[in-house]
Design a protein around this ligand. Structure first.
Ligand code: LRY
Ligand code: PEP
Length: 352
């Protein structure tokens, strides 16, 4: 069976046997202001996220002229046309370099989604450790293949797609690159609870046995994302914000600092609680076992040399804790080494 893990970043693996990798998606919640972007990077680090992520576009490579010229009437618009709006939110290549250096100075991983071929080339040159492919490109096989050919690991989000498209996309990427992590995602802001479908993660696990599987969420709050972690998500991505009431399409469904901190703490607690699949008595159970654990007990006074039969034996809470009830059958036919009282616990030294 293929191992479901790979090295995402030098020494940091994702997948089975490794901690959940938590991506704080800054996206365009920086309001086009590099100082706010730095505050968000610092906030993500302080809250315990593993990585910050931006969205890199070359507007003429990503959008047609008519889309850029389209009137953008929205309370979240930063310009009168969609082009003006997106230009306002786009950082320059030098600003990306500055942000990457800042992330490195606060010791958090940095990457961005490559939203077109020009941006992919730029991010590769920038030497981001892995490439995020967002849902807008989840069916853009040409760009996905180009990303795969860079040989950088890929985190691939799958909003707005069906299973057949996702399967084809994975095949096309895996032909060049085995290191693709796939995220369940619904691209609505905020996502209605009944359109989240965390169970898709299990379908991805079944269909892509060599791939880590995670969740990129746009719902309100943190409980659904915690559930994704409890279902074993290897990677979690959520948008972050300094203030949910700020202007911008994504702020309302983003996590503020207190939510991000709670999410990270919750994920780390869940990971510990998921533990391992081997059932065994735990060290912390010993006091309860000593107080309430049952033992095999004599039903009557018995003399040394008696051969035990089932009528001689019952199961009760006794002192000391002795012969375990699950092994009661092994006592039948055994000879007592000493006299025993009614209600006395059988211990291993009571039989020959
Ligand atoms: C699918 C996709 O790319 N979604 C992104 C990631 O989740 C979003 O952050 C969009 O960039 C954002 O919602 C767009 O908002 P506007 O159109 O107001 O700039
Ligand atoms: C759109 C993006 O992500 P997702 O589809 O996971 O929301 C992105 O990373 O730019």
């Amino acid at each position: 069976m293929k191992a479901r893990n790979f090295e995402l970043i030098n020494t940091r693996w994702i997948g089975d046997g490794h901690p959940c990798f938590i991506i704080a998606e800054i996206g365009q919640n920086h309001q086009g202001d590099i100082e706010i972007a730095k505050k968000l990077i610092k906030m993500a680090k302080d809250c315990g996220a593993d990585c910050v992520k931006f969205q890199k576009s070359d507007l003429h490579a990503k959008f047609t002229k008519s889309v850029l010229a389209r009137h953008y009437e929205s309370p979240h618009a930063w310009g009168t046309t969609y082009g003006e709006h997106k230009t306002f939110l786009e950082f320059s290549e030098d600003q990306y370099k500055e942000l990457m250096a800042f992330a490195s100075s606060v010791n958090i991983y940095f990457t961005a989604s490559a939203m077109d071929e020009v941006s992919l080339d730029f991010l590769v040159n920038l030497k981001v450790p892995f490439i995020k492919m967002g849902s807008g490109d989840a069916n853009n096989f040409i760009l996905l293949e180009k990303a795969a050919k860079t040989k950088l690991p890929i985190v691939y989000s799958t909003g707005m797609q069906d299973m057949q498209t996702v399967k084809t996309a994975m095949e096309r990427m895996n032909a060049f690159n085995p290191h693709v992590c796939i995220l369940q995602c619904t691209s609505s802001y905020p996502t209605p609870v009944d359109q989240v479908h965390l169970r898709v993660m299990q379908s991805y696990r079944d269909h892509f046995p060599g791939s880590p599987v995670g969740y990129s969420g746009h719902e309100l709050g943190i409980s659904i994302t915690l559930a994704a972690a409890a279902l074993g998500a290897h990677v979690i991505e959520r948008h972050i914000t300094l203030d949910k009431s700020l202007k911008g399409n994504d702020h309302a469904c983003s996590l503020d600092p207190s939510e991000l901190k709670s999410l990270v703490e919750g994920i780390r607690t869940i990971e510990q609680a998921l533990g391992c699949a081997i059932k065994s008595k735990q060290p912390s159970e010993e006091p309860c076992h000593q107080k309430l654990g049952k033992s095999v007990i004599c039903t009557q006074k018995l003399e040394a040399g008696v051969q035990l039969c089932s009528d001689h034996l019952t199961v009760k809470v006794g002192q000391p804790v002795g012969w375990s009830p699950q092994h009661l059958d092994q006592l039948i036919g055994k000879t007592l080494s000493r006299n025993m009282d009614q209600d006395e616990t059988i211990t291993s030294d009571c039989i020959i």
